[in-house]
Design a protein around this ligand. Sequence first.
Ligand code: IPE
Ligand code: IPE
Ligand code: MG
Length: 247
Amino acid sequence: MDKKLQIDLQKTPKHVAIIMDGNGRWAKGIGMNRIFGHRNALTAVRESIEAAAKINVEAITLYAFSTENWNRPKLEVEGLMQLLISSLKKELPTFQKNEVKVNAIGNIESLPKKAQNTLADVINQTKDNSRITLTLALSYGSREEIVNTIKNISKKVVNKELNIKEIDEKTINNHLYTFNLPDVDLMIRTSGEQRISNFLLWQLAYAELYFTDVLWPDFREEHFYDAIIDYQNRERRFGKTSEQITE
Ligand code: IPE
Ligand code: IPE
Ligand code: MG
């Protein structure tokens, strides 16, 4: 049976975040180098975005490069940056066709100039699309994001634009890189690893976590739907009792 038909379209998560992991192991498994694995990850990216759009997910956030990933071998980092540029260019027509609005979070200024320019161009060209927001986490680290948030809020306090008494959860939300995104409902991580790896620490506070052994280059539309179906079979209690939820 078509997996998509098992999905309750009234209960789709608004915001799905994915830690796309396992490219290196996938490549190693077939005797190829790590870059080959990254290059073969594009189909998974495309299928996930399309699947999300089909079931009316509003926002999808993909962890593409972490602040810690700068510590990988130089050749791999360079390969990833080149791949980012070529993929963005290659995917632009698909973004337009599927009405994908592209957004980015992270320390974007630390990316090579050419990657920054390509990214800015794609963000600009897709800014009026409204079917789904695709956020690319690039040179992203949640702790760095929180440090940045604290600095920006502190500046406002020092400049007397903000009173300490006024600082609440909303203030924090509004100063995070994700200020314009809904809370994450579902976080998917591929490749069998069960950790957060400095991804969206604040935003994942009440997300449902879904781990699969599938390596990212093998991840397809049906795997995405598996995660959604699993999510829909959970009871999100937000601290309440089960009785309160079902009443
Ligand atoms: C995820 O795959 C892609 C990035 C982190 C850029 P990995 O490159 O981490 O693959 P594994 O975990 O080594 O298999
Ligand atoms: C997390 O994957 C970062 C991305 C998917 C971009 P890693 O493979 O870098 O994470 P660790 O090192 O296994 O925690
Ligand atoms: Mg990894």
